[in-house]
Design a protein around this ligand. Structure first.
Ligand code: IPM
Ligand code: MN
Length: 358
């Protein structure tokens, strides 16, 4: 089949990891006879350098014309001190502009990476497989905000409508049904009105699904439970900001933030896929970044936007096989000094070498 993919490599290590993902897509084309046509989107700092804004109307339009977007990362010290202009606006603009209200962030413990998990062995002896379903176009990220004229006062507002909560809860529920049928709603209902509304709607919706076991956790407790007993979680559904924070925490449990892919989805099949790590300016240009989160994001793209499940599995299996064979980038060493880590492109090559039809 033919698909149009928009590539938005962005800043820092973005272009390096996206290059590996494109190699993987090429292998998929060869192996399964699909055809991918690419357009390149200049976003983030790269776009600020070119046009003075993080995301232009034309770039957003190009993204809308595609079947999916693969994004690397945006941001870096070079663009930190511009007045009112920030590379991150590209991400928020794409999420909002494409109507991508749900963000799926799977945090799975790979047996092969147990040694890289910072938790004690006994806490992760049974592994864990968590899916964080993060609301992505609402909450404090998009609520009313401002700074007073004299710069001595600023505010941001957490806001949620019933409709916004419902549509992301629906994804959480559907995800739980496809997995272990366990749903945890993370909020701060002892403090926030928005959380109390969230609970009311969740309660109503979940009445229809007696097969789902669910519970509510305050976000402070949830962040503690994640390091105490990660295996208790199946699907976590939560607000934009809490999901942002908890997914970074969960990523580290898998061994490295360099492992976590993500999918941002809306009503249709158009989605945006990106590693959850950032642009990592400290290692940019060195060719040592871990490309696996981006490669796994491609697998999510094939599954969620293109409906290519077997192809997605092929990539996931190849990543597992490469890890099982002992191949590691520097972020996955957990202090080991007896191993020379692979470069970004060497890791990409290993994955490709293990890709074959089941
Ligand atoms: C993420 C990032 C973004 C977010 C930033 C870069 C805007 O941290 O995707 O998790 O906060 O959503
Ligand atoms: Mn984040």
């Amino acid at each position: 089949m033919d698909f149009k993919i928009a590539l938005a490599p962005g800043d820092g290590i973005g272009p390096e990891v996206v290059a590996e993902a494109v190699k993987v897509l090429k292998k998929i084309e060869e192996t399964f006879g699909h055809h991918f046509a690419y357009t390149e989107l200049t976003v983030g700092g790269a776009s600020i350098d070119k046009w003075g804004v993080a995301l232009t109307e034309e770039t957003l339009e190009k993204a809308k014309q595609s079947d999916s977007v693969l994004l690397g990362a945006v941001g870096g010290p070079k663009w930190e001190h511009l007045d009112g202009i920030r590379p991150e606006q590209a991400l928020l603009g794409l999420r909002e502009g494409l109507g991508l209200f749900t963000n799926l962030r799977p945090a799975t413990m790979y047996e092969e990476l147990k040694d890289a998990c910072p938790l004690k062995d006994e806490l992760v002896k049974n592994g864990f497989d968590i899916l964080i379903v993060r609301e992505l176009t609402g909450g404090i990220y998009f609520g009313k905000n401002g700074t007073s004229e004299d710069g001595t006062y600023a505010y941001d507002t957490e806001e949620y409508s019933e409709a916004e909560i419902r549509r992301v809860m629906k994804v959480g529920i559907q995800s739980a049904l496809l997995r272990d049928k366990k749903l945890t709603i993370v909020d701060k209902a002892n403090i926030l009105e928005t959380s109390r509304l969230w609970r009311k709607i969740a309660e109503e919706m979940l009445k229809e699904y007696p097969e789902i076991t669910y519970n509510y956790l305050y976000v402070d407790n949830a962040s503690m439970q994640l390091v105490k007993d990660p295996a208790q979680f199946d699907v976590i559904v939560t607000s934009n900001m809490f999901g942002d924070i908890l997914s970074d925490e969960a990523s580290m449990l898998t061994g490295s933030i360099g492992m976590l892919p993500s999918a941002s989805l809306g009503e249709g099949t158009l989605g945006m896929y990106e590693p959850i790590h950032g642009s990592a300016p400290d290692i940019a240009g060195k060719g040592i970044a871990n490309p696996l989160a981006t490669i796994l994001s491609v697998a999510m793209m094939l599954e969620h936007s293109f409906g290519l499940k077997e192809e997605a599995k092929t990539i996931e299996n190849a990543v597992k096989t490469a890890l099982k064979a002992g191949f590691r980038t520097g972020d996955l060493l957990n202090g080991r000094t007896d191993y020379k880590p692979l470069s970004t492109s060497e890791m990409g090559d290993k994955v490709i070498a293990f890709m074959q039809r089941a």
